[in-house]
Design a protein around this ligand. Sequence first.
Ligand code: MN
Length: 507
Amino acid sequence: MALKLSRLLEFDDIVIQCHDNPDADALASGFALFRFFKKNGKKPEFIYGGQKPVTKSNLVLMIEKLGIPVEYVTALNKKPELLVTVDCQYGESNVTGFEAENIAVIDHHQVSGNMPKLCEIRSSYGSCATVMAGLLKKEGMDINEDTDLATALYYGLMTDTNGFEEVSHPADKDLRDFTKYRSADIIEFKNSNFSSEELTICAQALDNVYYDKERPIAVVGAKPCDPNILGIISDMLLEVDSVECSVVYSILPYGVKLSVRSCVKETMANELASYIAKGAGGGGGHRVKAGGFLKKELLKGMGIEYDETHIMGFILQRFNRYFDETRIIYAGEHVESKRGYRQYIKKEFSMGYVKAAELARPGSSLVIRTLEGDVRIKVTDDVYLMLGIEGEVYPCREEKFRASYRLSGEDYVYPAEYEPEVIDAVSGKRLKVTKYAHSCICTGGSGIYAKKLKERVKVFTEWDRDNYYLGVEGDYIAMRMDDPKDIYVIAGHIFAKTYEPLRPKNA
Ligand SMILES: [Mn+2]
């Protein structure tokens, strides 16, 4: 599923299509692709179909101000050689079907149905604009040289992530932080975002909230509206004294948009969103605010009827099951019985490390942007950054480093998709951590007690009292043999690569 845009240049007669009733993300993504084809001497058409042309004022403004050459069509003059759908997938119910000799798909939603060979789908990205930014970068195109394009992509991400509040993937953060957009345009679009009808929808929803009697949760459905309205409603619900977590949803013709909030550390909104959407779509964001999407086709495939009653029932059932199924452990305060645990020892394997002081002056602070989130550390002479077997980044003190790792002469190769970057908060300078990384071998260290999980567990470790590590069925819960209060979770696939059962020495 790794598409190179340059592969599409072998075609001549090209149509770019976004979903019916396009939003800013779809328009921005199509615009980016249009610019790419133009730059490479092609003459693409950029279109969308559906019931009616765009009327929403922020989108009309966006199209005018940025010069987006999109057209509303009901038919194509002839069958194109290539049709690329952006921010949607060919064959979906919200994508008017046009015939073409070849199909390509660029999207960030969950996959539904069969995909053509030419496709790039990054379901963990907050917007299709981010997917496009990545594809253009691979072709050596700098979006910051084209302010209209930069502004469009920035606005696409912004509107798809509730004003960046539901951003989680590092690629999304890069687009948010390093794009040279025209701020006057963004301010103007932002201030013509809602119609007065949409504020009425907001008021109606607030009038119909379901407050659970047993749990501090609230759920409500709103009529189809701008997704940012959902964010506003959920933010308001969260401020209610009896509400700790909330879900607001809106049933659209092609799927259900969710906005999820939590103000307690025991529930991370992004995790709750992805739990609710599991199998039917996707969800993500961060601790307090998250968003999600349930695809109509996938819901129907699960036997859920596509109406208000059944969708509300589905969301409520998942919401309640989320709390019923989860055990919470506060390491340090909790004594875990060793029943069912076995002893394991770490295998020898190769990983990467960087001395933090090589990246920044001791005394300063660093933000490390990784797939798991932005990690902040204080730089001192004895801090090392470890790059784990799956590319995960975590800090380690020199003393522990010396005890558990030995150096290796081999070159370091980063094993995962998004290479972590360090960002200097003051200068904005970005460094690829992997450029400074060396290779080392993990040499076992003391053993652990571990048990394969059959249930969901949230562990607040001794290192971090505010954020839990989630373990689900198939992951392992572990505690150090030399300090059983040090409880943590190890992902199932990482456990298999890095631990082996401890055999009795004299057996
Ligand atoms: Mn989108």
